[in-house]
Design a protein around this ligand. Structure first.
Ligand code: FES
Length: 87
């Protein structure tokens, strides 16, 4: 499990192993648009301000993934304790 921090509000939400970032945020009224929910379409791409991402999508290039400044919250996860999102 890891935590997600919403930069604009400072809210922090734990993401359990069996839930996606999109699912958890939606439960708290933060709607990220999605389409495929499988890391294919890129609809959900969200900016990342800090943290290391465990990229699980097929959309971003290797170079983009290496910057850890955006990710696909429908399927990708954190490779650290907390990531901060540009939301
Ligand atoms: Fe398609 Fe996330 S919804 S990549």
């Amino acid at each position: 499990a890891f935590e997600v921090r919403i930069a604009s509000t400072g809210e922090v939400f734990p993401i359990p192993a069996d839930k996606s970032v999109v699912e958890v945020l939606a439960r708290h009224g933060i709607e990220i648009p999605t389409s495929c929910e499988q890391g294919i379409c890129g609809t959900c791409i969200t900016g990342v301000l800090s943290g290391v991402i465990d990229h699980r999508d097929f959309v971003l290039s290797d170079a983009e993934k290496a910057r850890h400044d955006q990710f696909t919250p429908c399927c990708s996860r954190a490779a650290c304790r907390m990531i901060e999102l540009d939301l």
